[in-house]
Design a protein around this ligand. Structure first.
Ligand SMILES: Cc1cc2nc3c(=O)[nH]c(=O)nc-3n(C[C@H](O)[C@H](O)[C@H](O)COP(=O)(O)OP(=O)(O)OC[C@H]3O[C@@H](n4cnc5c(N)ncnc54)[C@H](O)[C@@H]3O)c2cc1C
Length: 453
């Protein structure tokens, strides 16, 4: 491993001992791997040199961004090298002619959003964790709050530079809008959780920044009425940017965690809406259509969040929910996605499982795209009871999502923790095809081996 010192310009960017625990885990910190070396490259050539060296020796390499994933995808199960891309964090070029920005993979999402917005431009993908890196977002095809209107990370990647497991560098896509030029290696890399290549440069699509934004909070007496209202709302001319649903019990945890409160506390569930556009009248017309639609669907009220401070408070509570649940108990996060018209049925089933097993299931998520985040809460259970109950709950809810035509993960990825459910829910022929793509790009199985498939 000492040879790694030769591959980076500054040897202090290689660590062979005293490696902090966080580098062998994910955000949840429950699974731990081991590693023999931690390397912080700052140039594509350094990544290439490290990978070539590791490939020649069949040494495992685990790429890492900010480590905010929730599925164990940065856990170096097989030892070897952890390749931390967070110091490759330069914004290389803003091209206002092609509306693209070229960045290194370690750029933090919040920094990119602030950079482009200061210049009147907009990068729409908006996953909850703003300290994640763009490389991590691309490798997990992160979704987030604005997917209902703008799509997910995949829709904003124009081009990628990546280092293949054997150290070769490829460029795929570019600043172009269209691309029918052979197989899209770019789309293979997106969402591949660091198993096919290490992304070292990203060309991202931008749009002009919407100038008007409006939020609204819609309380409901029960979650089912709320979810049914969403289905109706997406057929109206309301064009919401975000439709987030939350049960009161999780909002209460968020309020406690953030020390701030939602208006209309006497509701069982809420839908949080936002609208954006380029004129005040357009945005207000959309909000008005939404108001009429949800009130007809049984909403208790429609509260426009005109005060920016209240709007900010409400979104902060929404953004804190994963951390708020974790603050009171260990939880297993689930990010099943079902067809949007099956969301209510899926949540009703989750509530049934909660009643029958006594395991608390807290649900919130992106109602506009059927992406349900369930927190399966451990509570006071000892290890044996937790393992037993968790297994039963997981097997039932993943079974139900499959029956409804859903998929294992809408945005977090498979990593290690969702592997058994993914394997069970996926056609063996599809799994075999995925494995053969992996084997053809990584015949020595060094890159994030053991993840996904
Ligand atoms: C509070 C909270 C809220 C969240 N909300 C959302 C949400 O709304 N939507 C959502 O989609 N996710 C969400 N996440 C999950 C997480 O933030 C995302 O998965 C994010 O995309 C991970 O980025 P990262 O930089 O932390 O990557 P990491 O966790 O470091 O890595 C994730 C995966 O990407 C690979 N990887 C990282 N960088 C590279 C690279 N340069 N080249 C190749 N592979 C690489 C890693 O090997 C790993 O497989 C949330 C997480 C938390 C803690």
């Amino acid at each position: 491993m000492e040879e790694l010192y030769r591959m980076v310009a500054d040897p202090s960017r290689v660590k062979l001992s005293g490696i902090e625990e966080k580098y062998v885990s994910d955000h949840l910190g429950r699974l731990r791997g081991t590693c023999d070396a931690l390397v912080f490259p700052i140039r594509s050539e350094e990544v290439s040199a490290v990978l070539k060296w590791a490939y020649d020796r069949s040494i495992p390499v685990t790429p890492r961004g900010a480590g905010t994933n929730l599925v164990g995808s940065t856990v170096p199960e097989r030892g070897g090298i952890v390749l931390d891309l967070s110091r490759m964090n330069r914004i290389l070029e803003l091209d206002e002619q092609t509306l693209t920005v070229t960045v290194e993979p370690g750029v933090v999402l919040a920094d990119l959003q602030a950079y482009v917005e200061e210049r009147g431009l907009f990068y729409p993908p908006d996953p909850g964790e703003k300290q994640a890196t763009i490389g991590g977002n691309i490798s997990t095809n992160a979704g987030g709050m604005r997917a209902v209107k703008y799509g997910v990370t995949r829709d904003y990647v124009r081009g990628l530079t990546a280092v293949l497991p054997n150290g070769e560098v490829i460029r795929t896509g570019g600043k172009v809008v269209k691309d029918s030029s052979g197989l899209s290696l770019k789309h293979l890399l997106i969402g591949s959780e660091g198993t096919l290549g290490v992304i070292t440069e990203c060309v991202l699509k931008l749009i002009p920044k919407p100038t008007f934004v409006l939020g609204a909070l819609v309380p409901f007496a029960d979650l089912k009425t709320g979810i049914d209202a969403v289905i109706r709302l997406i057929h109206e001319k309301a064009s919401p940017t975000a439709i987030e649903f939350m049960e009161r019990k999780v909002v209460a945890l968020g309020e406690q965690y953030m020390g701030t409160f939602f208006p209309f506390p006497d509701a069982a569930a809420y839908i949080l809406l936002s609208f954006d556009g380029n004129s005040d009248s357009e945005v207000r017309a959309h909000a008005d259509n939404a108001r009429q639609s949800v009130l007809q669907s049984g909403a208790l009220d429609f509260l426009p969040l005109d005060d920016p401070a209240v709007l900010d408070q409400v979104w902060k509570v929404r953004g804190s929910l994963v951390k708020a649940v974790e603050a009171v108990s260990e939880q297993e996060p689930v990010d099943i996605v079902v067809p949007i018209d099956k969301t209510a049925e899926f949540i009703a089933y989750a509530n049934e499982v909660e009643r029958e097993t006594g395991v608390q299931l807290i649900s919130f998520g992106h109602a506009g795209d059927g992406n349900v985040h369930l927190c399966v809460v451990r509570g006071e259970r000892d290890t044996e009871a937790w393992q037993r109950d968790l297994k039963e709950v997981m097997s039932r809810i993943y079974g139900k999502s499959q029956e409804l035509g859903g998929l294992t993960s809408g945005e977090h990825g498979i990593g290690l923790t969702k592997k058994p459910y993914f394997a069970k829910a996926t056609d063996p022929v599809v799994l075999a095809a995925m494995r053969s793509v992996k084997a053809s790009l990584d015949d020595r199985n060094i890159l994030n081996a053991g993840k996904i498939f």
